[in-house]
Design a protein around this ligand. Structure first.
Ligand code: BDR
Ligand code: CA
Length: 365
């Protein structure tokens, strides 16, 4: 087991990220969080088909980056579908547009003219050893990038993946996690590409057994609003009517609250309580170097054939298959620290962006 302690308060080592996401409520929180971090350079944000179609992901990303003060970050689309199977999206989890009840402003910016995979490869070649990949979506784009440039594992400074579940139940089938289930062939190719590399080159994998511990609750939304300087309490409560909309004076808080209400309702529908697992925020904090974690090296297998087990991930921690490790799986994380960090960071960002008029906010239902 390897420990990566939480960084000392006040010091954050600069990080340059290539982000691939399928925004997605928790992807949106991840992006907003990264925008709040002065030590994080967002080199490019690419859009993967997953929670919603790639075009909708792009609209969400453009709008969020503008809202969060990073309009200059290039947003590009790569694949439109998984490598070998049709795309399945999940409007019941993230809403028809991927962002719950939020209605983000129409973005001013446009999707980059170049293909996301080309952009990634070009960026990695131009800055060898500098860029960290953060992957919070099905791994389609990253698998294509690895096909185009097999030296990517060596060219990148690091790779952080949200995906899989190891000896822990799935969230899509009894054994499979959503990202690996949507494109199992891509996930299998990605893990194969890292086989046999030195430990510090292996992707850090944030899987359900640790990401589901990052369980957001109504009190976190309330705390976020206080931190952002909202005068009225931001109440997202289980006994309120479903679909009620926020009237928070702070635009960022308003949108985040509208996203999370949808996500809370979704989790309640699946007997998980009025909470939300914000998987991708956790992965983003790992990539940003702001989360303390422990990892274990393993050989990961992604099932692509057995019908009931498609997308299931299995980890060999003890070398029983006799194959080289291809991943570092996060084995410990710190939910309380994660939420203290999120509330401080997003609240601070909301405060800095200021209270824009609530005039255009939809009426409370
Ligand atoms: C993953 O699936 C998606 O719905 C989320 O955005 C996250 O990346 C969790 O299984
Ligand atoms: Ca995601």
């Amino acid at each position: 087991m390897r420990e990566y302690p939480t960084p000392v308060a006040g010091f954050r080592e600069p990080v340059s990220l290539l982000v691939d996401c399928d925004t997605g409520i928790d992807d949106a929180l991840a992006l907003a969080y990264l925008c709040s971090q002065p030590h994080v350079e967002l080199v490019a944000v690419s859009c993967a088909p997953g929670n919603v179609a790639a075009e909708q992901v792009a609209r969400n990303n453009l709008s969020l980056l503008e809202l969060c003060g990073r309009p200059e970050v290039p947003v590009a689309i790569g694949a439109r579908a998984p490598l070998r199977i049709p795309l399945v999206t999940t409007p019941e989890t993230h809403g028809p547009h991927g962002i719950g009840y939020a209605e983000l402003p129409e973005p001013h910016g446009k999707v980059h003219g170049r293909d996301a995979v080309e952009l990634w490869v070009e960026a990695a070649r131009a800055r060898p050893g500098e860029l960290t990949a953060l992957l919070t979506a099905p791994l389609t784009n990253f698998a294509l990038a690895l096909r185009a440039e097999p030296r990517l594992p060596a060219l990148l400074r690091g790779v952080v993946i949200m995906g899989g579940s190891y000896y822990y139940q799935g969230n899509t089938t009894p054994t499979a996690e959503w990202n690996t289930h949507v494109d199992p062939h891509a996930a299998a190719e990605v893990f194969a590409a890292f086989s046999g590399l030195p430990e510090d080159r292996l992707p850090v994998v944030c899987a359900l057994e640790t990401t589901e511990r990052i369980e957001m609750m109504p009190e976190h939304v309330a705390a976020l609003a206080v931190e952002a300087g909202c005068m009225e309490p931001e109440l997202v409560l289980p006994d309120q009517p479903e679909g009620r909309r926020s009237t928070a004076s702070n635009e960022l808080v308003r949108h985040v609250s509208d996203m999370l209400r949808f996500y809370f309702e979704f989790h309640r529908r699946y007997d998980q309580g009025y909470v939300a697992h914000i998987h991708d925020y956790f992965a983003a904090s790992v990539a940003a170097g702001t989360a303390g974690i422990c990892t274990r090296t393993a050989t990961v297998h992604v099932e692509t054939a057995a019908p009931r087990l498609i997308g299931t991930t299995v980890a060999d921690f003890r070398g029983l298959w006799g194959e080289s490790p291809n991943a570092r799986i996060v084995s410990e994380n710190h939910p309380e620290e994660a939420f203290a960090e999120l509330v401080r960071a997003l609240g601070g960002l909301g405060r800095r962006l200021g209270s824009r008029s609530a005039r255009n906010a939809p009426e409370a239902g």
